[in-house]
Design a protein around this ligand. Structure first.
Ligand SMILES: *[C@@H]1O[C@H](CO)[C@@H](O)[C@H](O)[C@H]1NC(C)=O
Ligand SMILES: *[C@@H]1O[C@H](CO)[C@@H](O)[C@H](O)[C@H]1NC(C)=O
Length: 365
């Protein structure tokens, strides 16, 4: 069984690698900032003349190249002709600034504005379609996706976030934009920052005062066994976007899209959905095809089978584990360094110490 899943993952990797018509490019001419985040882009040879743009945002400790390799957005760009921007965090711990008031606020600065400037650069220089811009991310990238949805609802039309926290939850009073190391808010990461839907909605709206336009549609995933950004953050995210988008919970659908996941439908399910992944830890595997359907870039009839998505998920977790194990023997600040089932590095980079949190999770603090 072990060898079968490894074989499946290898085949999936080969499949993903072989189908690309183009390659990941760093856009060195992008200097707008205001932070020094790197802009990487995948432009398929089959690009539409006016191409939709997906912004795909890496996790803490990850990179643009990691997110390019470990997700399927580039492969499908060849089929559907959209562009993918992979921002690369400027922080030494490779986390995104989702803590400073500057980054949380519309046109306030920080990494969020740098990412928006990348989108503008792509519309001006690569034939991107400003009316079809989408954001997605994992972990720190999911937190940034929530921040972008709140601060730049005029830019993004739809978002998906895997294992993140609500917009504004990670605010740290002392954090300043462009800091070398991203600030960490333990109250939020532990799932202890609980607000009413109205309070969350007011917080989001406070980041773009006077804005009366629409907010992006949101699909939010979270694992019940997440001990890095604790599970209660999913319920808080649902409350937040339920208030902002003005839709209330309507039904739960179990074992959707796969066994163990519960789909939480708000309103008619076209503007807000949540996915609670039973016994899944940090982070929930990215579901590339479902994202593309959510963004309206792929017809839902094209999501042929659960098998395809599962293979993509296997690819992500397998290659993440592999690259973590082979590229570095130490875990980064805030990174996992131990716990039941953990196969990654158990030693922290200097000057951090591997600190026991519970049986499933130790972290570099
Ligand atoms: C953590 O976030 C909460 C919610 O945004 C905030 O009230 C609290 O002050 C933050 N903690 C720090 C240390 O800034
Ligand atoms: C819907 O599903 C979520 C996630 O499993 C759960 O927390 C919630 O209680 C469910 N709601 C109802 C009304 O069953």
């Amino acid at each position: 069984m072990f060898s079968l899943s490894v074989l499946t993952a290898m085949l999936a990797l080969i499949h993903l690698g072989n189908t690309l018509t183009s390659s990941l490019q760093q856009v060195t001419a992008f200097v707008a900032g205001p932070t020094s985040a790197g802009m990487y882009i995948y432009v398929p040879t089959t690009k539409l003349s006016l191409a939709p743009i997906i912004v795909a945002i890496h996790w803490c400790g990850g990179s643009a190249n990691d997110y390019f390799s470990d997700t399927g957005y580039a492969t499908y760009a060849d089929t559907y002709g959209y562009i993918v921007i992979y921002p690369d965090s400027p922080s030494s711990d490779k986390c995104w600034d989702v803590a400073s008031l500057a980054s949380l606020t519309h046109n306030g600065g920080g990494d969020s504005l740098t990412i928006v400037n990348m989108v503008k650069y792509a519309t001006a220089n690569y034939g991107g379609d400003a009316s079809k811009v989408y954001a997605t991310g994992l972990s720190s990238g999911a937190m940034m996706t929530n921040v972008l949805a709140g601060a730049y609802p005029d830019v993004f039309k739809a978002c998906t976030a895997y294992s993140g926290v609500p917009d504004g939850c990670f605010y740290v009073s002392t954090a300043t934009a462009g800091m070398a190391q991203a600030a960490w808010n333990t109250t939020c990461s532990s799932g202890l920052y609980i607000q009413t839907a109205q309070q969350w909605g007011n917080l989001v709206r406070s980041y773009y005062p006077g804005y009366t336009g629409s907010y992006p549609k949101m699909a939010l995933y979270h694992g019940t066994a997440d001990f890095t950004l604790a599970y209660p953050n999913l319920a808080e995210e649902m409350k937040e976007w339920s208030n902002v988008l003005g839709v209330s919970w309507s039904q739960n659908i179990s074992n959707t899209p796969i066994a163990g996941y519960t789909k939480m439908v708000y309103g008619d399910g076209t503007r807000l959905v949540g996915f609670s992944a039973l016994d899944v830890g940090h982070s929930v595997p990215v579901r590339t095809e479902d994202d593309l359907v959510w963004f309206g870039l792929m017809p839902s009839s094209s999501t042929t089978s659960t098998t395809t998505s599962t293979i993509a998920s296997t690819t992500l977790s397998t290659s993440t584990t592999t690259s973590t194990a082979s590229s570095t023997s130490t875990a980064a600040h805030w990174g996992q360094c131990g716990g039941t089932g953990w196969t990654g590095p158990t030693i922290c980079e200097s000057p951090y110490t591997c600190t026991y949190s519970n049986a499933w999770f130790s972290q570099c603090l």
